[in-house]
Design a protein around this ligand. Structure first.
Ligand SMILES: [Fe+2]
Ligand SMILES: [Fe+2]
Length: 261
């Protein structure tokens, strides 16, 4: 169990970056059941995957949402979570449609690997930034779940890929499409709503949204465990070992530049 009663509120409260990181994560995780419906339907020809999505993946993502919400409400009670969330959800649910998914089921599994790489990386960063132990514990537990999700999607992808032999070009295409969306969609909508509903008691940190999000991307981007993320992202390509080792570093360098730009 997470020890919410012993959060050191004073240690986190004035950390704006953590406020935005944790609140947007709580929004996206809480909204994940809309997404699951679509995914479960999308995989109806693969009952084993659909079953796991419905009975393991979805309850775990929702649990992440609840835990993060509790944390945010405990540390920042002045933020009206419910009102901000419902405004966010209104915009977000319009984006979550089946058309957003990869038509090819194996490629959608690749896309899911990208998403889980993103979340695992995100919570690792939150854990490392955590100024107090309850948050570090919460972030580490969620991170472990996300790594397990990644492994499950990857295992299923490997199975489908073994049957079908997808071309690397198509896998790269799916990777790039999803990576591109990561930065522009979910997180951005969440941040915009949190920013809009944020209450500024001092008026001094009333920064324009673009400035807030840029600072956040830069600050957090510099701390992301990019090398590990690159390793996870390359796995579905089944590259020869030597080639993988050869391109990992330059790719991580490019990724770091792109995030902090
Ligand atoms: Fe999650
Ligand atoms: Fe996940």
């Amino acid at each position: 169990m997470i020890d919410f009663a012993h959060i050191d509120r004073a240690a986190v409260h004035d950390n704006d970056d953590l406020f935005y990181l944790l609140t947007s994560a709580s929004f996206i995780e809480t909204g994940s059941d809309t997404y699951t419906r679509n995914l479960v339907e999308h995989f109806d020809r693969y009952p084993q995957i659909a079953d796991w999505l419905e009975h393991h993946w979805e309850p775990e993502e929702l649990q992440h949402g609840r835990a993060l919400k509790t944390y945010v409400q405990t540390v920042w009670p002045e933020f009206d979570w419910e009102t901000a969330y419902s405004a966010f959800f209104d915009a977000y649910s319009r984006l979550c449609t089946v058309e957003e998914l990869e038509e090819d089921r194996a490629l959608e599994l690749v896309a899911r690997c990208v998403v889980e790489t993103g979340t695992a990386t995100y919570y690792q960063t939150v854990r490392d930034l955590a100024p107090e132990p309850v948050l570090a514990d919460l972030a580490e537990r969620i991170r472990m779940d996300e790594v397990r999700h990644y492994k499950n999607f990857y295992r299923n992808f490997k199975q489908l890929d073994a049957e079908r032999g997808l071309s690397r070009t198509r896998v790269v295409g799916a990777l790039i499409r999803r990576l591109d969306e990561l930065r522009t969609s979910d997180a951005d909508i969440a941040l915009r709503h949190i920013w809009a509903f944020r209450h500024f008691p001092h008026g001094s940190d009333d920064m324009p949204f673009e400035q807030v999000s840029q600072r956040l991307y830069r600050h957090v981007g510099l701390r992301l465990p990019v090398d590990q993320a690159v390793k996870m992202l390359l796995k579905p390509l089944h590259l020869p070992h030597r080639m993988e080792r050869l391109i990992e570093r330059p790719l991580a360098r490019i990724a770091r530049h792109a995030i902090a730009a």
